[in-house]
Write a protein that binds this ligand. Structure first.
Ligand code: NAP
Length: 460
């Protein structure tokens, strides 16, 4: 495994890092376990001071934190800044609300007294992807640190500078050594960490393949895991949708982060009456995007995260076409240095085509026409994934009725699926299990402990 920053805008290698030796991993784990013993005893106010300080640092130095995101994985600089601020919001949210979320709850049993306490469980391992190099870390670290757990993170190999910046942030914010540890480790070392009795839970955000490996290993060790995996979200357009605004959201939903979002709109399902007009406007808007340096504020189409991600996506498109899909636009790399892909639309994707069930992670839209809303729901649900989805209609009540029939973890009406600190995030089916963010996210790795007080002469 090579932990390496390569700028996908020009292919230049920026920095290479060596993996930790087994001895360094052991000492980091030891430090984390020692840290947990003290960190769990801190009050919520003491932990909140550290987490809120980290948020304040992110806000004040947003430009500095945004730079490595753009350099390492090609995110447009304005979006990188947005990600830094969103991460700060998540930190602040948990600093403010964790104590309330984890307050002991009194039950009302038939007799005597019963309370449920929420206590931390120990050192957690997070395995995180490159597409939101800070937001993913914030989602995992903030609730768990506030709950009194400590975290170790294996970040994606292509964003090592972001991984280091986020670890340094915690030390600057006053977190004790071992509260947040970045680990540049191999898959084999990840497996051994999961086996180690000091690790009490594992959270993965990534692909379904990684999910099977990591959850399988955690299961063998009887350890709790959460999985935030891929998606193939439906973007449903009903005949009464506002066409211009819907197309604007379609572009955002598809092209934000150059299409490399788990909840990017991936399958555009448009009712016949609007399908041709939607497709025309969608094509025009995609064609108007300007490729260029993601550091330049004027650029609207950045490169993909890595050359290998681009090659994989190009092959996927080629395979889809070989199996019968029609290329409406794009399909190729952009003729310039760097890992740029043309915005692409595929249609005529029949159920036998592998593209029908795959996730396309980049600027590739799958376009489907349907006769009515029932067909739209049936098609949306005919997926191995179940992450997000959206419905566009002027009739909000109708949109909500449709949302209730869609089998995913999240559905948005008149907005592509997106995220906020106070909204639960997660999916079903091959999109994983468990939730991050909101009140739900902080409950995943705590012991909900029953304390029952009975009269000593109570019946058994
Ligand atoms: P990936 O290959 O699964 O990588 C994700 C993380 O898992 C990386 O840190 C990777 O390390 C590590 N990893 C992969 N296989 C592993 C193994 N066998 N043992 C230990 N670690 C392993 O995912 P990706 O393709 O980079 O990321 C994109 C995927 O993530 C998409 O499917 C996307 O939809 C999904 N995603 C989901 C969410 C969500 O919240 N549901 C959010 C963002 C992304 P290396 O980098 O070293 O390989």
């Amino acid at each position: 495994m090579t932990y390496q920053s390569v700028n996908p805008y020009d292919g230049k290698v920026l920095q290479t890092f060596t993996e930790l030796s087994d001895a360094r991993v052991e000492s980091a784990l030891d430090t984390a376990a020692t840290c947990f013993a003290a960190w769990r005893q801190k009050s919520f106010a003491e932990r909140a001071a550290v987490v809120a300080k980290a948020a304040a640092i992110l806000r004040v130095r947003a430009d500095e934190f945004a730079r490595p995101v753009t350099l390492e994985m090609g995110k447009l600089i304005e979006q990188a800044r947005g990600e830094v601020m969103l991460s700060a919001d998540i930190l602040d949210y948990y600093a403010k609300n964790a104590e309330g979320f984890l307050a002991p709850r009194q039950l009302t049993p038939e007799s005597g007294q019963a309370d449920v306490e929420s206590s931390p469980i120990g050192v957690l391992l997070g395995i995180e992807p490159w597409n939101f190099p800070y937001y993913q870390l914030a989602r995992f670290a903030a609730p768990n640190l506030m709950a009194g757990n400590v975290v170790m993170v294996k970040h994606a190999a292509c964003v090592p500078q972001c991984a280091i910046a986020f670890e340094t942030l915690w030390l600057e914010a006053g977190a004790p050594e071992g509260a947040y540890t970045n680990l540049m480790v191999s898959y084999d070392q990840v497996n051994r960490l999961i086996d180690d009795p000091r690790i009490k839970g594992v959270a993965l955000t990534g692909s379904a393949d990684a999910g099977k490996m990591i959850a399988g290993r955690a299961g063998q060790n009887l350890k709790k895991s959460t999985l935030e995996l891929g998606g193939s979200d439906a973007f449903i357009v009903l005949e009464d949708a506002d066409l211009d605004q819907t197309v604007e959201w379609a572009i955002w939903g598809k092209m934000n982060n150059t299409g490399q979002c788990c909840v990017a709109a991936k399958r555009f399902i448009v009712v016949d009456q609007l399908a041709d007009r939607f497709l025309d406007k969608f094509k025009m808007a995609l064609a108007a995007l300007k490729p260029g340096d993601p550091m330049d504020e004027a650029t609207t189409l950045g490169p993909l995260s890595t050359e290998s991600a681009l090659v994989k996506l190009l092959e996927q498109v080629k395979r889809a076409v070989a199996k019968g899909a029609t290329l409406v636009m794009g399909g190729d790399r952009i003729d310039r240095p760097g890992s740029f892909m043309q915005p692409t639309i595929l249609t005529d994707i029949e159920p036998g085509n592998p593209a029908f069930r795959e996730e396309f992670f980049g600027p590739v839209a799958l376009f489907f026409r349907v006769g009515n809303e029932d067909e739209a729901v049936a098609l949306a649900n005919d997926s191995d994934f179940g992450l997000g989805g959206s419905v566009f209609t002027k009739d909000v009540a109708r949109g909500q009725r449709l949302a209730s029939r869609i089998d995913t973890g999240m559905v948005f009406i008149n907005h592509p699926t997106w995220t906020a600190p106070d909204l639960p995030f997660g999916g079903i089916k091959n999109s994983g299990y468990g939730r991050e963010l909101s009140a739900a996210g902080i409950q995943e790795f705590v012991n909900k402990k029953l304390v029952r007080t009975a009269a000593i002469d109570a019946a058994a």
